[in-house]
Design a protein around this ligand. Structure first.
Ligand code: MOS
Length: 747
């Protein structure tokens, strides 16, 4: 809904500016308070005790020993945990995933919380947790595709069909001149945000005050209200800064709820911070996939069929299936397309959202297989992608709201120097004797929008206020949304008070799905428009205003003033209008949501092209990414610096996907073998020599009023594929199992 009176035009110059993070100084000086920085008076420390087995029961806990330890205040177990208003396994809505919050002695995965020790100090509580010395009755576990049964899931992701497509894939493959039939494996990834999940919880009677990092405060309020049987309005969440979210903080996790329960049990404020190794279980992870790709092409290199079969694992007790087929629905034109899923149940925590959930894993398989088919056709992989360029969305046939992918390919390739690439593999060696290869991958991510509300106010001193319960997990919402707000009110940034990050502000929806700037930004755009319209109304009805009678032509807002649109020499300041009317302020409210008519008739996606150079030691098999160039088109750029930062971060995660990251589960115990930041590899500075992101111009007049798509997740797509394709180009070896560790390149 656009409630802005279209007779009003707003001018501003903040959108598009390269502002630095407005909260940056607070962060680097330590003045920004993250959740765990809070210490309300009388606060106690809670420490999780977690299961060492992946399936079975806790048969004994030495609560007496823990309680006898000096400084231990209480021990929360299934015996004394506060009663909840409903069972945490109840699926109250599609976003209610099952939580392990001491409902019973069952163990469903390693690192599941089995008790909480509350102490006067962190040390006392930590020691108390050790003294619990749990005993278990353990059962056999399944954590590998080889060890269990497959089934067809009812839905994947959040409600997507498990089988989609069109045309006759088998005929397309049969009639193809060239085929590939290959399987790509992607491992489980676990969240390693700088800030672990943390909470400081305080009950004030029936009212709950919490400091905790959240990408979705209103959803968290709803979940907590259900569990504790209180009204959502009685839950106040502060989440102004997150040390990374990446989907792991999209929904409130069990350990956060346990912090709240612990505070209830002891009747005091409680802080609970997860230990790094405890993140490998109860907070969601990227599900493991095995993707069978069958592709065919005709003699001209045109696709005849794509069959993308995804085997993926969820937990034994809940359903989330990594939705890896999305990229295949989006990227390449083909007369026959089929994507289908099978699921398995592993004795792990339930997989959930991790940056580009589905798109990241699907992209590696699709981009790898497309590259293999280009090779089979004897074509340059970029030329092959252009040959199969989708003019409409392959799955639905819908036109795109905008698609500047050709420009991404062209500008990325030019910047990278792609034209000099030899067609065959193993043709380039550098001065040090390292095999050198170049690869390309296409990036794509859907331009989602969720629901958001915002409130705007213009004050009689000429300043503005904009409020929205938006979330800045590091992506730059404090800055980019403020730029939209300032332009919405036609004010300089220093005239704007901008509030986000607390749950008493209008619901901004979830900061996920790369949709936050588009959704919250649209709400802000409409709220500020409503405030300007209300102000214009006051002036235009006032005979003493130069705007009197501007009526049909309307007004223009610029620099804290309104002017007649039919005569821009006649105008007056916001302050003058409000003062004369005897008003302190005027308010506007607005919503942000997708335009249903557009969603039904068009496909909205951001696109990009990533080019990678790798060098491979021919004796050791060691791979280094030496250059990455990504070119991305994602509609209107609100702040180029923030957008570039998102692309660079995404591409670096793509390097991690291709070369580093992999959670290894012990097949005998179901425990993570490398569940800590020392053994779970992520790239460090030395792994990332040169990364460049090119921001491609793209105007999109359909996707939303501001023309914003979304940039948070696209960078991780395309990149890992480009790297594995470059590794082939360097070595002649197709590695189809991520990450590409050196043992897979022994030649
Ligand atoms: Mo993202 S995985 O939607 O935070």
């Amino acid at each position: 809904m656009n409630i802005m009176n279209t007779a009003h035009v707003r001018h501003g110059s903040n959108i598009g500016q390269n502002l630095t993070r407005r909260e940056g100084a607070l962060k680097v000086t330590g003045a920004a308070r993250y959740a765990a920085d809070h210490h309300p008076a009388g606060m106690l420390y809670a420490v999780l005790a977690v299961s060492a087995v992946a399936r079975g029961r806790v048969t004994a806990l030495d609560v007496a020993a823990a309680k006898a330890h000096p400084g231990v205040v209480d021990v929360m177990t299934p015996q004394n945990a506060p009663k909840l208003a409903h069972h945490p396994d109840e699926k109250t809505n599609p976003f209610a995933f099952r939580l392990d919050i001491l409902q019973d002695a069952q163990v469903r995965y390693a690192n599941q919380p089995i008790a909480v020790v509350i102490g006067e100090s962190l040390e006392a509580a930590t020691e108390g947790a050790v003294l619990l010395a749990p005993a278990y009755q353990a059962e056999d576990v399944v954590v590998r595709f080889e060890d269990g049964e497959h089934f067809v899931p009812a839905a994947v992701g959040v409600g997507a069909p498990a089988e989609e497509g069109h045309g006759d894939v088998e005929a397309g493959l049969r009639n193809a001149a060239q085929r590939v039939d290959v399987t790509y494996d992607t491992p489980a990834h676990y969240h390693n945000a700088l800030e672990p999940h943390a909470i400081v919880a305080e009950w004030q009677g029936e009212r709950l005050i919490i400091d905790t990092p959240s990408q979705g405060m209103a959803i968290a309020q709803g979940r907590l209200a259900g569990l504790f049987g209180i009204a959502p309005e009685d839950i106040y969440i502060r989440s102004p800064y997150l040390g990374g979210g990446f989907g792991g903080k999209g929904l409130i996790a069990g350990p956060q709820v346990l912090g709240i329960m612990a505070a209830k049990l002891v009747g005091k404020p409680v802080k609970l911070v997860m230990r790094r190794e405890q993140l490998y279980g109860p907070i969601g992870h990227r599900g493991v996939t095995r993707q069978h790709m069958r592709l065919g092409a005709d003699t001209e290199g045109g696709l005849t069929a794509i069959d993308h079969h995804i085997l993926t694992a969820t937990s034994r007790f809940d359903d989330f299936f990594e939705p890896s087929a999305g990229v295949t629905h989006t990227l390449y034109a083909t007369p026959a397309l089929l994507t289908r899923y099978e699921g398995m149940r592993f004795d792990t925590g339930t997989p959930l959202f991790v940056r580009a959930p589905g798109e990241a894993s699907g992209s590696v398989a699709l981009e790898g297989a497309i590259d293999e088919l280009a090779e089979a056709c004897g074509m340059d992989p970029l030329a092959f992608r252009l040959k199969n360029y989708a003019e409409t969305e392959p799955l639905t046939g819908k036109p795109f709201t905008s698609k500047a992918l050709r420009a991404c390919y062209a500008q990325g390739a030019a910047r990278f120097g792609w034209a000099k690439r030899p067609l065959a593999a193993r043709m380039m060696t550098d001065a040090q004797g390292l095999l050198t290869g170049w690869g390309v991958g296409t990036a794509t991510f859907p331009a989602h929008m969720f629901q958001a509300s915002a409130r705007a106010e213009i004050r009689s001193d000429g300043s503005g206020v904009v409020e929205i319960g938006a979330h800045d997990m590091g992506q730059g919402a404090w800055t980019a949304l403020a730029q939209i707000a300032a332009d919405g009110l036609s004010l300089d940034m220093d005239k704007l008070t901008f509030r986000i990050g607390t749950s008493d502000l209008p619901d901004a929806g979830i900061a996920g799905g790369s949709a936050h700037t588009a959704t919250a930004g649209s709400a802000i755009h409409n709220a500020t428009g409503a405030a300007i319209a209300a102000l214009a109304d006051i002036a235009m009805r006032d005979e003493t205003s130069p705007l009197f009678g501007a009526g049909n032509a309307g007004v223009v807002s610029r620099d804290g003033h309104l002017y007649r649109r039919d005569d821009e020499s006649r105008g007056e300041s916001y302050a003058t209008i409000l003062s004369r009317a005897g008003l302190d302020s005027v308010e506007g409210r607005g919503e942000g949501a997708a335009d249903q008519a557009v969603t039904e008739n068009y496909a909205g996606h951001a696109h990009g092209a990533v080019f990678a150079e790798v060098k491979v030691d021919p004796e050791l098999g060691q791979v280094r990414v030496t250059r990455l160039v990504g070119a991305f088109a994602a509609g209107r750029v609100i702040n180029p610096r923030m957008v570039e930062s998102q692309y660079l971060g995404g591409m670096i995660w793509g390097v991690s996907f291709a070369l580093h990251e992999e959670a290894i589960m012990d097949r005998r115990t179901g425990r993570p073998v490398n569940g800590n930041l020392a053994d779970y590899h992520v790239p460090v500075n030395a792994d990332i020599p040169s990364v460049e992101a090119i921001l491609i111009d793209e105007q999109d007049s359909l996707i939303n009023a501001l023309g914003i798509k979304g940039v948070g997740e696209i960078g991780i797509t395309g990149t890992a594929g480009a790297i594995v394709n470059a590794i082939w180009h360097a070595t002649g070896i197709r590695v189809r199992s991520m990450p590409v560790t050196l043992d897979k390149l022994l030649f």
